[in-house]
Write a protein that binds this ligand. Structure first.
Ligand code: MG
Length: 228
């Protein structure tokens, strides 16, 4: 029986480019590694569906950083980037909330499902984005999987299952990229792909279901729950 819906953030619950988030990641790396990266460097790596830790490692590789204490510095970076985000987010346009996000999350919760986040975002940035988007009440702290949990997205899904105390067949991942699909598969979960991000329905064909809008998600989960 499905009890838990695990939501990606960027491209799924929020649309538009997360500018403040990108700047915070870059500035956090500059602080943690004493670098002078610019926002343009962020555009030099493929971002879609990667965890923030994965992106940070890509940027460090591209910059030729070979520090023996990379892991320890990256742990500091997770906190530094979240701090930069909190300081600058008000100075940038808010991302656009998917029009049906709040209503969809409310319907799922009314159906008795728990809603959690499974995102490549750093945990504090993820929660700040949700509260800025007016979706914070759907995602209490202490659950979900986040960008500094692992560079491997499937392990972030596994972390969310562990924190939620549920098995893979009790949870469904909802995301917008082929990496969300692969991560759900890697953790043994079913996955609904929402074709509202940059990926096309064709890119998302490996999902268990592909929908055009978040509002269609409750119907899919209802169907699966009644046939489980
Ligand atoms: Mg996404």
């Amino acid at each position: 029986m499905i009890t838990t819906a695990l939501f990606d953030i960027d491209g799924t619950l929020l649309h538009g480019r997360p500018i403040a988030h990108g700047l915070a990641m870059v500035e956090g790396l500059n602080q943690a590694f004493d670098l002078a990266l610019a926002e343009a460097d962020l555009l030099s790596v493929d971002l879609a569906g990667k965890t923030d830790l994965h992106i940070a490692n890509d940027l460090l590789d591209r910059a030729g950083v070979e520090s023996s204490d990379r892991e320890a510095r990256l742990r500091r970076w997770c906190a530094l980037a979240a701090g930069v985000f909190a300081a600058i987010a008000d100075h940038h346009d808010d991302p656009v909330v998917a029009p049906d996000a709040d209503a969809t999350l409310a319907v799922l919760r009314a159906d008795g499902l728990r809603t959690s986040l499974v995102t490549g975002n750093i945990e504090d940035i993820a929660h700040a984005k949700m509260s800025r988007a007016g979706l914070g009440d759907h995602f209490p702290r202490g659950q979900g999987g986040f960008g500094c949990d692992s560079t491997v997205r499937a392990q972030i899904v596994a972390r969310a299952l562990e924190r939620g105390g549920v098995s893979a067949h009790q949870a469904v991942v909802i995301g917008d990229t082929p990496r969300d699909i692969a991560a759900a598969r890697g953790a043994g979960c079913r996955v609904v792909a929402v074709a509202t991000g940059f990926a096309t329905a064709g890119d998302l064909a490996d999902a268990d279901a592909v929908v055009a809008a978040l509002a269609e998600v409750p119907e899919v989960l209802e169907r699966w729950r009644s046939s489980d």
